[in-house]
Every structure is written in C-alpha cells, then in structure tokens.
Write a protein that binds this ligand. Structure first.
Ligand code: AMP
Length: 211
C-alpha cells in the first residue's frame, strides 16, 4: 500500500508510521529524518539545509522532490511505502503524482492546543528518530533511547519560536493539500487526538486493515 501521512507537525505521524510499518511491512520514508541524518553526517545536503530546518521553514521543492523521487526508485519501495512529511506543498504533490500513484492520503486531524502540548514536550532520538515525550512517554533512562541506545535530545525546531513558524508554514503551505487530495478522492481522516494505541485502531479502521 502506498500511503501519505498528512497533518501538522506534532500530530503523531512519525509515531504512527513506526507502528504502521510493522502492520503493512513497507518502508517509512520521512523527509525530516532524511534531512536530519544528512545534517548529522555533515554531508553537502546537510550543510545546505541545516539553517532552514533550525528555523522551521521549508526546504525548496526541487531539492525535496528530487530526494523523494530517488528514494522511491529503490527496490524496497516498489510494493508500497509510508511517506511522512512529504508532500508539504502543492508543487510537491503535483510532482509526486508524476512519478508515483498513491493509494490513500491519511489526514491526521488534531486541534492546535494538542499540537503545542506535544511538540513542546517532544524529545527525539538522534540515532533512530524515535519520538519520546517528556511527560507522556519518557525514555526509561533519561537522555537514552529505549530502542537503540542513541542520545535523546530536543530538536532545535521543537523550541518555541520554531514551533510557531512551523505551524504557520503548515497552515499556509501544507494544509491546502487536504483539499487537493479530497478532490481526488484519496483522503481518509483519522482522529489523532487519543493516545497512540487508539490512533492505531482509528487508522486501521479507516483503511479497512484487519490484522
Ligand atoms: P519533520 O520532521 O517532518 O517535521 O520535518 C522537519 C523539517 O524538515 C521541516 O520543518 C522542514 O524544514 C524540512 N522538511 C521535511 N519535509 C519537507 C518537505 N516535504 N518539504 C520541505 N521541507 C521539508
């Protein structure tokens, strides 16, 4: 199954993708994770996008689309994928439609207050990208990832100024994708407010997945 996960930052797309890939057995492709890995590796891509990510703005469409096109051409993505954080603009969605046909677009519905609470408390593993929360889902040992032993830190773009910028960018540039995909009969809404296990159930029900 070829899926796009759409929703504001903090809606839980990454967390749900980690669960959904166990069910669907398709790769989880997060453009944010790809950019953060490039920054950690200090690669040319990483050097180019570091300041953009730190400020909460978007990387240009050409760079991002090129990256996703290349990733989707790899063998493991032929049967399906979960795209998390891409597309984020109408031009990205139009470009994607040319090189891959998605089956469904899952829209994670969540009010602003919940997003602010989640992002403000989010702590991320530098190595595997797993998202913890300083109140609701703490790592067993402070600062260390339960899953891979990596360092758990606060992303620069999860700091207050960048959070407001990201939400503004989401509303202006990404939210129009809801209408774009609804018109094409691809959109499925999932209530993202409950705890993660319930969101997984909502997700399975919306996509008629029985396992
Ligand atoms: P995320 O982890 O999805 O919240 O992404 C973190 C940051 O990576 C975003 O705030 C953007 O700076 C950048 N980014 C991720 N995906 C995209 C995209 N599809 N288009 C442009 N920038 C992106």
């Amino acid at each position: 199954m070829k899926l796009i996960f759409l929703g504001p930052p903090g809606a839980g797309k990454g967390t749900l993708a980690a669960k959904a890939l166990e069910i669907l057995k398709v790769p989880h492709i997060s453009t944010g994770n790809i950019f953060r890995a490039a920054i950690a590796a200090k690669s040319p891509l990483g050097l180019k996008v570091k300041d953009i990510l730190d400020s909460g703005k978007l990387v240009d469409d050409e760079t991002t689309t090129g990256l996703v096109k290349e990733r989707l051409s790899q063998d493991d993505a032929q049967k399906g994928y979960i795209l998390d954080g891409f597309p984020r603009t109408i031009p990205q969605a139009e470009a994607l439609a040319v090189f891959s046909a998605v089956d469904k677009v899952v829209n994670f519905d969540i009010p602003n207050d919940s997003v602010l609470e989640r992002l403000g408390g989010r702590r991320t593993c530098r190595k595997c990208g797993y998202n913890f929360h300083q109140v609701f889902d703490k790592p067993k040992q402070e600062g260390i990832c339960d899953h891979c032993g990596g360092e758990v830190y606060t992303r620069d773009d999860d700091k207050p100024d960048a959070i407001s910028k990201r939400l503004e960018v989401y509303r202006a540039q990404t939210a129009p994708l809801i209408g774009f995909y609804r018109e094409r009969n691809l959109l499925v809404d999932v209530d993202a407010r409950p705890a993660v296990d319930q969101v997984v159930e909502n997700f399975k029900k919306s996509l008629h997945i029985s396992s």
